[in-house]
Design a protein around this ligand. Structure first.
Ligand code: NAP
Length: 294
């Protein structure tokens, strides 16, 4: 292990995200060693001051902290296995997306080799690396994460979630799901707007303002969910069932597929059928938590 004042960083993976991370460590003045399965992808970075390693093992051997940003956890495992002799004593920060179980399995493997493991999820696109508009979720070896905080903060603001190596991916998947719900609704809405002759760019301005209000409303819903008290909500299941019925009928009339809202309609209908139409919209979480595990 080297003893530079500024820790030497090895980057495994120079795809869209890995290249952005490598560029950020170079810009922050860290000695940066890069490795990519397809070697030519390292050329732009070596021209910018990085050192190319011929193998994953050579990359690990030259570094204090190793950042992996590959396709998926299987490719991370494959790459680290080739370098397993060099894992001991090093910190592996895995910024590759996967499932919580895969994060925990990699953590156990790295620890078994004598290394320290931090799992991370990047909540940003490559263009946002080096800015404060996205963020990074970290979990696993918190001491190692804190030791390398100033390095990792060069990428994006950090949220450290505790010792469970699966926690970063638990939160990542929940946040991605929240975003996909909103974006699926947005895509459906733009199809309706197109049918009405309204350009998507014009509609997006209204949608962004509306989603700001929705984001604030989440605080109320979250309080009801944590208290498991759905008696006093501001927006009932029946009111929302009527709204979804309107959307569904209007979509069909306009020749737009109402499918993006079908699962919500199913939940609202089932909740009402149980006699719970007066409950808050937040009460649907109880159906989601119970019905789907049978
Ligand atoms: P990408 O551009 O497709 O790059 C994939 C990288 O993985 C390449 O370096 C590729 O090497 C390497 N790779 C694939 N299979 C491999 C294997 N079996 N062994 C070794 N290396 C292998 O992907 P990306 O956009 O950089 O994404 C990387 C990670 O960042 C993913 O987990 C992704 O979910 C996460 N992320 C991406 C974004 C984004 O907007 N791009 C945002 C948040 C998180 P070759 O060059 O040899 O093919």
């Amino acid at each position: 292990m080297t003893t530079h004042h500024s820790p030497t960083v090895a980057l495994l993976g120079l795809g869209s995200m890995g290249a952005a991370l490598a560029q950020a460590t170079l810009s922050a003045g860290h000695p940066t060693v890069v490795w990519n399965r397809t070697a030519r992808r390292a050329e732009a970075l070596t021209a910018a001051g990085a050192t190319a390693a011929a193998t994953p093992e050579a990359a690990l051997e030259s570094a204090d902290v190793v950042i992996a940003c590959l396709l998926d956890p299987a490719s991370v495992r494959e790459t680290l296995e080739v370098a397993s002799g060099a894992v001991a004593g090093r910190t592996i920060v895995n910024l590759t997306s996967g499932t919580p179980e895969e994060g925990r399995a990699l953590a156990a493997w790295v620890r078994a080799q004598g290394g320290r493991y931090v799992d991370g999820a990047i909540m940003a696109v490559p263009e946002q690396i080096g800015t404060t508009t996205g963020f990074i979720l970290l979990s696993g070896d918190v001491e190692a994460a804190e030791q390398h905080r100033s390095l990792l903060e060069q990428f994006a603001p950090l949220h450290v979630l505790g010792e469970d190596a699966g926690a970063a991916e638990e939160h990542n998947l929940a946040l991605l799901g929240t975003g996909y719900g909103a974006l699926t609704g947005f895509l459906h809405a733009t199809a309706l707007m197109r049918a009405a002759g309204v350009p998507a760019t014009q509609f997006a301005v209204l949608a962004q303002t509306w989603l700001g209000g929705i984001a604030e409303f989440m605080t109320d819903l979250a309080g009801e969910i944590d208290r498991r008290d759905y008696a006093g909500g501001a927006s009932s299941v029946t009111i929302n069932r009527l709204a979804i019925d309107h959307i569904t009928h209007h979509s069909v009339a306009q020749g737009v597929d109402p499918a993006p809202h079908a699962s919500l309609k199913e939940l609202l209908d089932a909740h009402e059928a149980k006699g719970l139409g007066a409950e808050s919209f937040a009460g649907l979480v109880e159906s989601l938590s119970t019905n789907r595990h049978g």
